[in-house]
Design a protein around this ligand. Structure first.
Ligand code: PYC
Length: 340
């Protein structure tokens, strides 16, 4: 972590965050004190964050400050001055093109901060501008980036599980969308679902099956029947950090709906209510595009906290405890000690 010595004996820099959850999936929005990534295109800001300040991502999301499944959002000015804000999303493993639950969390956070009221707004992301609307009941609608099925019924042999088929689809991130699972999509089966989805992702990498342009497929979406009759489907989504999305996953719901429309299983304009593994719901409606669809997605988020994060230089774990194990940094002498 970059540090500041301007605040007395403290050898830390404060980073102001607002936390929320969207149908159970956490988002941490950095509203002040994040790395200086400039005000250029969001894709450039993402590259600067990744190449120069990657330790910030881990310090923000890994234990002891973060939690499993948390997605971070570095808030900044919009790329287009006519828009509302710009954002770079990331998780504990890497940078996300788009994040549906994170966008709902971000809009809810901006409303909490008084920076946005009910009505339309536009958020710039590294994969393009995302129109949003804060609705009078506090829920959020977003018009996700164009989503499409890239390849249908791709055969895959998964060691330990056998042969299966899935669709390669884009919903703002790359997904392998599978209609089968060895167990029901229920929270009690999370360990088995994680093992299955991870095995699928490993088999995809091993066979060189990618998204367009050779991009890695870093999300696996398992689909099944809903638990409640008013809904249309349920999913379990493996995310890049190796854990699972607690929400129905905005980009995953977009990819799923794109596949359903492409297969003639869902008509344009007809709502699809997608349950996540906790039972939370996103409603998606497919709007037509020349290639694929534009998913209109609605869900709700709730602010859970506001904090000033401290990164003390003498803290050996100030950069987070990585999932591969803790590597404490050597302690640095504090300003106070140096003066003695
Ligand atoms: O909601 O798009 C989403 C998402 C991606 C990763 C975690 N959540």
């Amino acid at each position: 972590m970059a540090t500041s010595s301007s605040s007395g004996p403290a050898t830390h820099r404060g980073v102001r965050v607002v936390d929320s959850h969207t149908e159970g999936e956490p988002t941490r929005v950095v509203v002040e004190g994040g790395p200086a990534v400039g005000e250029g295109p969001l894709a450039t800001r993402r590259d600067i964050l990744r190449d120069r300040y990657d330790e910030f991502r881990r310090a923000l999301l890994d234990e002891p400050r973060g939690v499993e499944a948390m997605v971070g959002a570095l808030l900044g000015p919009p790329e287009d001055p006519a828009h509302t804000a710009g954002v770079v999303f990331f998780d504990r493993a890497r940078y996300l093109g788009m994040c549906g639950h994170g966008t709902i969390g971000l809009v809810t956070t901006l409303a909490y901060l008084g920076r946005l009221g009910p009505g339309p707004a536009t958020i710039d992301t590294p994969v393009g501008p995302v129109p949003v609307e804060l609705r009078p009941d506090g829920s959020v609608t977003l018009w996700n980036v164009p989503s499409y099925r890239s390849r249908a019924n791709v055969p895959l042999d998964v060691p330990g599980y056998g042969a299966l088929e899935g669709d390669v689809a884009w919903g703002g991130n790359w997904f392998f969308v599978v209609d089968t699972a060895p167990v029901d999509l229920r929270l009690r089966n999370v360990a088995a679902l994680l093992a299955y989805a991870r095995a699928i992702r490993a088999a995809l990498a091993q066979r060189g099956i990618t998204g367009d342009g050779g991009e890695a497929i870093d999300h696996v979406e398992l689909c099944g029947p809903p638990e409640r009759a008013e809904n249309h489907g349920r999913n379990f989504v493996l995310t890049p950090d190796g854990t699972y999305d607690r929400s129905p996953c905005g980009t995953g719901t977009s990819a799923r709906v794109a596949c359903l429309v492409a297969a003639g299983r869902l008509a344009l304009g007809v709502p699809w209510r997608q349950e996540g593994i906790l039972g939370g719901v996103f409603e998606a409606v497919a709007e037509p595009l020349p290639r694929g669809i534009r998913p209109r997605l609605t869900g709700a988020a709730f602010v859970t906290g506001e904090a000033n994060l401290i990164f003390e230089q003498r803290d050996p774990f100030r950069d987070g405890i990585g999932s591969t194990g803790a590597t404490p940094r050597p302690r640095r002498k504090s300003a106070t000690r140096r003066r003695r």
